[in-house]
Design a protein around this ligand. Structure first.
Ligand code: BG6
Length: 492
């Protein structure tokens, strides 16, 4: 367990705090991972929220935890660690003194400043922390996406924060890196000889990384319509997953090696601009459809605006120009209001080099490794095997199935819990370094610019489908298909 810490959540009554951060800290407490003597200081902009913090946070916790997780006794105990206070991060008034009064008596204690506030006020919040001399040697700052809108705005945010905090104290969260299965990808790759030996262009035909969501705008119309799927999901989550799949082995599992290797992958992404963007990307936007038998509005209806060309879906064919991955396509895909919620990485191996059985044994399917992050957490490997129920040689695919959701049914993984505890332990391995953010934007910006220049608009797809037909066509051009939720499904 880490030493006691104070976590100051700026935006303490906001959506992120109520949906993710407080539940994560409460889970840590219930599991015995919240060090005694730690405190959660919820800095609320609105005085009413601070005055009646528990009335706001208790129902939110009940809503965002599974029923069996919420224990009234444990919550009563955990409440003792919550210290709400009123603070407007943008104003240098005497309210900062209330924060100083809470923190200063323990100058050596670890301080985590969690900026659950809009990025436009990251800089001013950090300045105020410095002005009231709250940035101690043991202080860390946590920031979340959206880290900018493009390379220039990301640079401005990073520069503002760097005026106050050294890079070694800045924790840029990508919550996908806190998912347990993502870390398991590391274990799988770097502790199993059988995979690492085959993890390259000689053996792998292609890789698919897909995050499909069934939700729509979830009350974030303003942000989302400005951002779109490429900025919201690809610039961060998908490129981070891609980096982990494609990176070289780190010398050690430590933050220096891991982040250095991830950066090399981002640097090796083949740039796309102009006509390449038309060729290798597909944008989509959902129109009304149905999900689980219910009618679902289209994006325009949800947005309540006459028109928008924001993409709610994107599919890309990406190449990594290095020795290991030469000519291996990585297909990335993400979208809102799709048929199923599923996040998975699929490694499709090549066909065997020579077929030893004659045709009567049936078709051969190449090996496929599926790493599913959600909704269930599993690793599956498909192999060819003999059908044992027949005397003659009949081949059939069989699956080795490591279903972590079954094995760890008592354990609820929570990316935010793991990441906050990593901040407390000063472990930066699962956080993004400034140059990674910059490199990711440097690759994304020309794609967005090319979309604007071409004047093209997103292809439409029905809510509740797997995206626009053009997304299927992107793979069909290469003689391949999307594996939707692990399987190749026939297009409806
Ligand atoms: C966020 C995006 O970063 O990730 C959201 O801003 C998206 O649009 C969310 O819904 C998905 O996260 P998860 O963990 O639910 O897959």
């Amino acid at each position: 367990m880490t030493e006691p810490f104070d976590i100051v959540i700026f935006g303490g009554s906001g959506d992120l705090a109520l949906r993710k951060l407080i539940p994560a800290l409460y889970r840590a407490y219930r599991e015995g991972n919240f060090p005694s003597g730690s405190r959660v200081i919820a800095a609320c902009h609105n005085p009413e929220d601070a005055a009646d913090y528990l009335a706001k946070v208790t129902p939110a916790l009940q809503e965002h935890l599974a029923a069996e997780e919420f224990c009234p006794d444990a919550w009563d105990q955990f409440k003792e660690f919550l210290c709400p206070l009123v603070l407007d991060v943008a104003v240098a008034d005497e309210q900062w003194q209330s924060l100083s009064a809470l923190l200063n008596p323990e100058p050596e204690k670890v301080r985590i400043f969690y900026l659950a506030i809009p990025p436009v006020v990251f800089g001013v919040c950090c300045q105020h922390l410095a002005q009231v001399a709250l940035v101690s040697a043991n202080s860390r700052v946590v920031i979340e996406k959206p880290l900018g809108y493009d390379a220039a705005s990301a640079d401005a945010i990073n520069t503002d924060i760097a005026r106050v905090f050294d890079e070694s104290c800045i924790y840029r969260i990508d919550h996908y890196l806190g998912k347990e299965t993502v870390q398991n990808l590391f274990a799988l790759r770097f502790t199993n000889l059988i995979f690492e030996q085959l993890w390259d262009a000689k053996s792998i035909d292609h890789v698919q990384i897909s995050i499909s969501e069934t939700v729509g705008l979830e009350g974030r119309a303003g942000f989302y319509n400005e951002a779109g799927a490429l900025r919201d999901m690809v610039q961060n989550h998908l490129l981070q997953l891609l980096s982990l799949v494609a990176m070289e082995s780190p010398n050690k599992v430590n933050f220096k090696s891991i982040r250095a290797e991830k950066l090399k992958v981002l640097e090796a992404l083949r740039p796309m601009s102009g006509e390449d963007v038309d060729k290798h990307t597909v944008r989509g936007q959902y129109v009304p459809g149905s999900y689980n038998g219910d009618l679902v509005p289209g994006y325009i209806e949800e947005l309540g605006s006459a028109d928008s060309t924001t993409e709610t879906f994107v599919a890309l064919r990406v190449y990594i120009d290095n020795w290991r991955w030469a000519r291996v396509p990585f297909y990335l895909r993400t979208g809102k209001r799709m048929k199923q919620r599923c996040a998975e990485i699929i490694i499709q191996f090549k066909d065997v080099s020579h077929r030893v059985y004659d045709d009567s044994a049936g078709p051969l399917a190449p090996n496929r490794l599926i790493i599913r992050l959600q909704p269930d957490e599993l690793i599956q490997l498909t192999l060819m095997s003999k059908n044992l129920a027949t005397l003659d040689m009949q081949l059939q695919p069989a699956t080795l199935n490591l279903n972590f959701s079954d094995t760890y049914s008592h354990f609820r993984s929570d990316a935010y819990k793991r990441l906050i505890l990593d901040v407390a332990a000063a472990n930066q391995s699962l956080f993004i370094r400034r140059d990674e953010v910059e490199q990711a934007w440097a690759w994304i910006d020309p794609i967005i610019a090319a979309w604007h220049t071409s004047g093209s608009v997103p292809n439409l797809y029905r809510a509740g489908s797997w995206g626009p037909d053009e997304s299927d066509a992107l793979l069909e051009e290469d003689g391949r298909r999307w594996f939707n939720n692990g399987e190749v499904l026939e297009r409806e």
